[in-house]
Design a protein around this ligand. Structure first.
Ligand code: SAM
Length: 289
């Protein structure tokens, strides 16, 4: 089977199998070899690595990964792609294709079964509708992983790496930055895909911290506080936290905690740093008793 990552061979495969793109699965296949090289380079794949690829499509990036990695596990939801993958990946004996929805499989079990629980590297040209849930699932479930190198919508990549005081700053920025160091790898124009998406894309690498940069008593509570703070962006932090109803602290206690932290009662959540959210969550937890 010929190498994918160019227009000619991609069209040949699609025609051979009479493949119809499914919009609901966010199917935009890469046809640019330079971008593929950049993704695999940025992921620093070596022959020691076990890679989890989410959404292999017709196997374009899978071929690039299989050339460099020890093992590749590719999870694809669309059953119509499975016979195509068997064909395009037939010359590799280090690839396992799993026909599942990545949001429904137990990724920890896959890592245990396929890599003895040792950390994997995640690489994906993600369908945009699952970007946030999949990243959150990988981090919150503490999947053993070293890094996530992913193609996402340009705006989402921006959200992952900005700090307080910008309109893009929110729960996703804080979650990503609690678990990992984000770095933009390359901007990718729509012309690098077939069919062309309506948005521009960016490859971002998230390198997992061995230990989060801030210490919290209770991670789940930190994220409950963060979500409450951004749920009602135009409200003050005090009102956002009070209205959430799941933090177990009264408005008076919240105001007391902000005062202890030297923060004005009119402050909005979007101006707080990760360090301040960590302190706020620890103090609220203590106030809750
Ligand atoms: N990796 C290929 C490439 O770069 O050319 C395809 C990328 S395409 C943007 C996204 C792929 O993810 C499609 O093959 C789609 O069928 C698959 N996909 C969509 N939702 C999925 C899910 N929930 N679980 C697993 N795969 C999914």
């Amino acid at each position: 089977m010929a190498t994918l990552g160019n227009t000619k061979n991609t069209i040949e495969v699609l025609q051979k199998y009479n493949f119809n793109f499914q919009k609901k699965f966010g199917q935009n296949f890469l046809i640019d070899g330079n971008i593929l090289d950049k993704i695999v380079d940025a992921a620093e794949i070596t022959e020691e690595d076990c890679v989890l690829e989410i959404g292999p499509g017709i196997g374009t990036m899978t071929q690039y990964l299989a050339e460099r990695a020890r093992r590749v596990i590719a999870v694809e939801i669309d059953k119509n792609l499975i016979p195509i993958l068997q064909d395009t990946l037939s010359s590799y004996n280090n690839v396992t294709v799993i026909n599942e929805d990545i949001l429904k499989v137990d990724i920890n079990r896959i890592v245990e079964e396929q890599n003895g629980g040792r950390p994997i590297k995640v690489v994906a040209n993600l369908p945009y509708y699952i970007t946030t849930p999949i990243i959150m699932a990988l981090f919150e479930n503490h999947v053993a992983l070293q890094s996530i190198t992913i193609m996402v919508q340009k705006e989402v990549a921006d959200r992952m790496q900005v700090g307080p005081g910008t309109k893009d700053y929110g729960a996703l920025s804080l979650a990503v930055q609690y678990y990992a160091h984000p770095e933009i790898v390359v901007r990718v124009p729509a012309s690098c895909f077939m069919p062309r998406p309506n948005v521009d894309s960016t490859v971002i690498r998230l390198t997992r911290y061995e230990k989060p940069p801030v210490e919290v008593e209770d991670e789940a509570y930190l994220f409950a506080v963060i979500r409450a703070s951004f749920n009602q962006r135009r409200k003050t932090l005090v009102n956002g936290l009070t209205n959430a109803g799941n933090l177990g602290v009264s408005k008076e206690k919240i105001m007391e905690v902000l005062e202890q932290m030297g923060l004005p009662l009119t402050i909005r959540g979007e101006t707080l740093t990760l360090e301040q959210f960590a302190e706020l969550s620890n103090r609220l937890l203590e106030a809750r008793g």
